[in-house]
Design a protein around this ligand. Structure first.
Ligand code: ADP
Ligand code: ADP
Ligand code: MG
Length: 445
């Protein structure tokens, strides 16, 4: 591996460029017309224009991206997260062009991208799954019958959904019948497939996920868990490592379950197994077959650079450590700083960043894709920076987070910094007791 095309934008494109530099790999950025002056374009060795927004015409344009990789002599493509990162057709197009896709095989992506197939795989591996569909629902009648069997409330989910979208809470049969067609239509529009499935709705679960790393030679390790229970509308807001809610036996069970799922999937690269946890029961949710937004908390606690390991594994190298070599240390928190207005129901607010001064000092890491004078385009997601802090224990991490948020200056656009400051002072958060429903309940009681 010599030269990597980064098929993404924003903070994650910058993050990948940094990993490549440290490994002495050359980098090629791609950009849409809206991103011509973006930070990732400035930082890469070379940059290629790939078309106008919206994403369908540029960052999701597979032939265009393959062409860009071929034209610039790239022998690998890193897809980041979102966009084409879990798209089996993209992985396959790379494979066909003789370009290394930094991620699992297209066959593994196809399997795990079908959320029901993934549930079946987990169940066969002996891992509990949330009660619900074992095949896509053929009709609203079938959905009603299943929902009666598992009991309301249920979630109606898009088979190909992601990013917390395409999920609807349904409390009774009347609501299920009423929402069925609209849900299918929306799934078709958003994810290209109208197929839906049903899952039992767990009332106050925690979202806990396990990071896994595997090479192409059969070696696989886990790097503990992340707790992503603080969510708004099923989207993660703040993540931590480790989870304040697990005892050691539960922690070990989750890690072992994650490894069983990933072995069954023939997984290669960095990937995450998501679970919902209530009391001492846990349920498999899905696999995210890519690097995740919140990977920095794991990196800080486990002392492993996950993006560099992804690149090494994709180049065919063996993992350089065994499970016994890996030891977690301390506590990390990540806060997603988004250009959204907390006072206006978190409405995205693109605009020009007039002043920007990220925090620094001990234990502070900022992953961002912006600079003073940058105009945030309206076409993409609103994440502008991730603030990750490390402390010897949770208390030090929280104090550091508060300190760093106070240092963080962003002028010109509203951000979620005030939300994070409120959260850090919340007694329920301080006790480590929030569930995935906590923030939504606090927002509209
Ligand atoms: P993470 O756990 O890494 O935060 P998310 O599920 O929140 O994972 O998704 C990360 C990013 O990928 C977000 O920007 C989200 O909008 C995007 N994303 C994930 N899956 C899809 C999908 N199927 N369609 C569109 N965007 C997606
Ligand atoms: P996505 O692919 O969009 O990330 P997930 O299935 O991972 O979809 O679910 C996203 C979030 O939705 C979870 O983190 C959780 O907060 C909530 N959720 C999903 N399934 C359930 C469920 N069965 N019961 C309660 N909450 C759920
Ligand atoms: Mg998920």
């Amino acid at each position: 591996m010599r030269r990597v095309l980064i098929a993404n934008r924003g903070e994650i494109a910058v993050r990948i460029i940094r990993a490549c530099r440290e490994l002495d790999l050359e980098t090629v950025a791609v950009y849409s017309e809206a991103d011509a002056r973006a930070l990732h374009v400035r930082l890469a060795d070379e940059a290629v224009a790939i078309g106008p927004p919206p994403a369908l015409r540029s960052y999701l344009n597979i032939p265009r991206l393959i062409q860009a990789a071929v034209d610039t002599g790239c022998d690998a493509v890193h897809p980041g997260y979102g966009f084409l990162s879990e798209n089996p057709a993209f992985a396959q197009a790379c494979e066909a062009a003789g370009i290394t896709f930094v991620g699992p095989s297209s066959a593994t992506l196809r399997l795990l991208g079908d959320k029901i197939a993934a549930r079946e795989l987990a169940a066969r591996a002996g891992v509990p799954v949330v009660p619900g569909s074992t095949r896509p629902l053929a009709s609203v009648e079938e959905a009603c019958e299943l929902a009666r069997r598992i009991g309301y409330p249920v979630l109606l989910k898009a088979l190909a959904g992601g990013g917390g979208r395409g999920i609807r809470l349904v409390r009774d049969e009347e609501a299920l019948r009423r929402r069925w067609h609209l849900a299918a239509e929306e799934a078709r529009a958003a994810f290209g497939s109208p197929e839906l499935y049903v899952e039992k709705y767990l009332e106050h679960p925690r979202h806990i996920e396990v990071q896994v790393l595997a090479d192409a030679h059969g070696n696989m390790v886990h790097l503990g868990e992340r707790d992503c229970s603080l969510q708004r509308r099923r989207q993660k807001v703040l993540e931590e490592c480790p989870s304040p809610a697990l005892d050691e036996p539960m922690r070990r069970s989750l890690a072992r379950a994650a490894l069983r799922v990933m072995r069954a999937a023939g997984y290669r690269g960095a990937g995450t197994v998501e679970f919902l946890v209530t009391g001492d029961a846990y349920y498999f949710l899905e696999v995210n077959a890519r690097i995740q937004v919140e990977h920095p908390v794991t990196e800080m606690v486990w002392g492993v650079d996950l993006v560099k390991e992804q690149l090494r594994v994709a180049a065919g190298e063996r993992l350089r450590f065994t499970q016994a070599d890996l030891r977690p240390r301390g506590w990390a928190l990540e806060m997603r700083i988004c250009a959204e207005d907390p006072d206006q129901d978190f409405l995205p607010c693109p605009g020009t960043i007039v002043a920007y001064r990220p925090p620094g000092g001990p234990g502070v890491r900022v992953d961002d894709g912006v600079y003073p004078g940058w105009t945030i385009p309206p076409h993409y997601d609103s994440l502008l920076a991730k603030l990750t802090v490390w402390g010897r224990d949770r208390q030090e991490a929280v104090a550091r987070a508060r300190r760093a948020l106070h240092e963080f200056v962003v002028e010109g656009v509203r951000t979620t910094i005030p939300l994070h400051l409120r959260l850090l002072d919340d007694p329920v958060f301080a006790r480590g007791e929030v569930s995935t429903a906590y923030l939504d309940r606090a927002a509209d009681p």
